[in-house]
Design a protein. Structure first.
Ligand SMILES: Nc1nc2c(ncn2[C@@H]2O[C@@H]3COP(=O)(O)O[C@H]4[C@@H](O)[C@H](n5cnc6c(=O)[nH]c(N)nc65)O[C@@H]4COP(=O)(O)O[C@H]3[C@H]2O)c(=O)[nH]1
Length: 697
């Protein structure tokens, strides 16, 4: 403290005495003296000047000294020198407020004595202040240590605990008053980490001053806590470690988050199965193992059929629930060390390892597991109060391959899966060479067809059916065309099979039926469609098997208001070979509405009279391949003759398809065929073109 700054408050009303002290102090020119002559002035000075030293004349009037010393004025946070009279006053002061004063100076002392005392007082005071500052700092540091959320501990040079802060005690389960001095640094760690502390941390801390690392602490209840820690050596003045201190942070939460992040990096968050990244790691490992142990393995690529529909119609919660349940079912179906992964979306992979070395046996085993998985997936799933049935297409590829690793294998299994889809879904296919080209062609077409649906690129053409006797139009067959933006009009033979295998046929078929009905309704309204004409619409086997096929047809008939008896559905014999009874049921329902049925391409399929008899069929359409050569090939002519005779016998109508020449027409007429269709009369044309034929009829 600068001497010049010394602020002295002299509480005294004896002018002579005041002058003397003043002179003395001013001679020193190092003090600033404030004089208070009464209680009021003393109070003000205490508040305003913050004196460093107070000189009080004990024999002041009005009990001023008593008031000051008894603390009535305020806390005197500086040394107080009592200027007292002869020695007899001392006991009175003592009894009054012990500790309130610091020095007694007798008034009979000389001023030099007083000055001397003042200097001594100030020296003491400065010393005291320094000490107080140091302890203040210590106290502050201590309170910071106690408040810090990290564990802080001090150990002596022999490693015995000397201090542990609140956070440390809390972390390890020790109470605040528990004596830890018997415990050594290494006692706070499980054995394996105590070893690291002894052999690595302490030597390093001694050598380099400090050691940092991640360890685990052992709590009082023998739990372990992951921590990050710094161990510091504090050296004595003349060398050697005086003590160690350590700061330790509990990183359990960080570890948990880190583990979660690591888990998420390699796992699918929804199902908990491993993800694509980890799948490749696992598969590479399995391939290497199969090569080492001369084993066979298999990759099953599982893709759910029409899963998007579940998400779109029942919502993502239901979709998620389905995925989770399927993940569980797949896991339950394989051995514990077989890998099940989710690639994302509705795609799963199973890696089967340790299959028999014999490829055929391995394939058989893989096929069995795939079939079991397929069946398990197809079981009814309850999700978000819905009962859902999902099917899956599964592709299988065996490994090790002659060439290629995990990527090629998954690619093969993927191709096989697409093949299974192309086969009508809900099935299994093994990868074979050459499969990729066919599948990718099919896929490209499928993608283009989906676009065609979205962009309404389909058109309907109409081909007249003609009564042979009078040569007049008796109806029409509806034929779809794909009006491709670059390739122009594409005939159905090129895309109907892809629509069928991808199940897009249901959407397109429904569109054909609806559009044709609207067109028919218009012709009826225009009065150009006669009541005994028939509009024939092709129905694919797949479309026919749709659960809501009949309901969809009924809806359209009602909506468009067409006369149902003018509608005819062209089906092929394939429709009935799946489930004859079901086919009969559907046909009867539609028949009851008034809709007629014709068997298309008759003669090319089973042509079994047994089932034709049971079906509510009205018309047989003779396939054009017989008509084509009937004038030159006797066999074809006799087949056509037989079909016409048989139809007549069974009370069925007949339409001969693909009539291109007058000779064909004449021969058909002579055989008693009632109707025909073909380029000879007119090729398929647009609705406007066909309308002209109707107007001319
Ligand atoms: N060579 C020759 N051909 C003639 C002659 N007259 C007609 N055709 C063709 O013969 C096919 C008759 O249709 P389909 O047997 O039902 O055979 C149809 C039918 O099975 C299917 N199809 C057409 N439209 C649809 C549809 O909307 N839905 C479904 N599921 N299948 C359809 O595609 C097949 C082929 O249809 P298109 O290419 O339009 O071929 C039509 C027609 O253009 C002729 O004098 N000579």
């Amino acid at each position: 403290m600068d001497k010049q700054e010394l602020n002295i408050l002299l509480v005294e009303d004896n002018h002579v005495y005041v002058e003397l002290i003043k002179n003395t102090l001013e001679n020193e020119s190092a003090y600033h003296l404030t004089i208070a002559e009464n209680l009021q002035e003393a109070r003000e000075s205490l508040h305003e000047k913050h004196p460093d030293l107070i000189l009080i004349d004990f024999f002041l009037p009005d009990g001023l000294a008593t008031d000051l010393l008894s603390g009535n004025v305020g806390f005197l946070d500086c040394p107080v020198v009592i200027l007292t009279g002869p020695g007899d006053a001392t006991p009175a002061i003592h009894s009054m407020n012990a500790g309130a004063w610091d020095y007694l100076v007798k008034t009979e002392s000389t001023l030099a004595d007083i000055t001397h005392v003042i200097s001594r007082v100030m020296r003491d005071w400065l010393h005291y202040l320094e000490k107080r500052q140091a302890t203040d700092m210590q106290q502050r540091l201590m309170s910071i240590l106690e408040a810090t959320p990290d564990m802080v501990a001090i150990f002596d040079a022999d490693g015995f605990a000397q201090y542990m802060n609140v956070a440390g005690r809390k972390l390890l389960g020790f109470s605040q008053d528990q004596n830890l001095s018997e415990l050594r640094l290494t006692d706070f760690y499980p054995v394996e980490y105590a070893k690291i502390i002894r052999s690595e941390a302490i030597p390093n801390a001694i050598r380099k001053g400090q050691w940092c690392g991640e360890t685990e602490l052992l709590t009082r209840s023998k739990d372990t806590i992951p921590v990050s820690q710094v161990l510091i050596s504090h050296f004595a003045e003349f060398g050697g470690v005086a003590f160690f201190s350590t700061i330790i942070r509990d990183i359990s939460e960080y570890k948990r988050v880190q583990e979660k992040i690591e888990f998420l990096a390699y796992h699918d968050s929804l199902t908990g199965l491993i993800n694509r990244t980890q799948l490749h790691n696992e598969l590479e490992r399995e391939i290497a193992r199969a090569l080492r142990h001369n084993e066979t393995g298999a990759v099953l690529f599982i893709d759910l059929d029409h899963f998007k529909k579940i998400n779109d119609t029942l919502g993502h919660l239901a979709g998620d629930s389905v995925l989770m349940q399927i993940a569980l079912a797949l896991k339950a179906n394989v051995r514990r060390d077989d890998v099940v992964a989710r690639l994302g979306g509705d795609e799963f992979i199973i890696i089967l390892s340790g299959l028999p070395i014999d490829k055929a046996k391995a394939a058989e085993k893989a096929g069995e597991i795939a079939e079991k998985s397929r069946q398990d997936i197809a079981k009814i799933i309850h999700a978000e109060s819905h009962r859902i049935q999902v099917t899956a297409s599964i592709g299988i590829a065996l490994f090790p391959l002659l060439e290629g690793g995990s990527h090629e294998l998954i690619q093969h299994a993927d191709t096989a899966m697409y093949h299974a889809k192309a086969q009508g879904r809900n099935g299994i296919a093994f990868y074979k060479q050459g499969m990729s080209d066919a599948v990718s062609r099919q896929l490209k077409l499928e993608v283009a067809l989906r676009k065609a649906i979205e962009e309404r690129q389909f058109r309907l053409y109409y081909q007249a059916q003609v009564n042979i006797d009078n040569g007049r139009v008796s109806g029409a067959e509806v034929l779809i065309r794909w009006n491709h933006p670059e390739l122009g009009i594409i005939a159905p033979d090129e895309f109907i099979s892809v629509l069928e295998s991808s199940a897009l046929i249901s959407i397109v078929g429904q569109w054909v039926f609806e559009t044709a009905c609207y067109q028919l309704a218009q012709w009826v309204a225009e009065g150009i469609w006669k009541d005994d004409y028939h509009l024939c619409i092709n129905i694919s086997p797949r479309q026919f098997r749709d659960a809501d096929f009949t309901a969809g047809i009924e809806r359209v008939v009602k909506k468009t208001g067409v006369p149902a008896h003018c509608l005819e559905m062209e089906i092929t014999e394939n429709i009935v070979i799946y489930d004859l009874d079901k086919a009969i049921e559907i046909m009867r329902d539609l028949h009851d509405l008034g809709i007629r049925f014709s068997i298309d391409d008759f003669g090319t399929g089973y042509s079994s009279l047994r089932y034709i008899k049971r079906l509510p069929v009205n018309v047989l359409k003779i396939d054009r391949t017989f008509i084509q050569d009937m004038c030159t090939e006797k066999d074809d002519a006799s087949i056509v003759d037989t079909i016409i005779a048989m139809a007549r016998h069974m009370g069925l109508d007949v339409v001969a398809e693909g009539v291109e020449t007058k000779d064909q027409l004449e021969l058909l007429k002579s055989l008693g065929c009632p109707n025909y269709q073909g380029y000879y009369f007119s090729p398929p044309g647009t609705a406007d073109e066909f309308k002209q034929l109707l107007l001319a009829a």
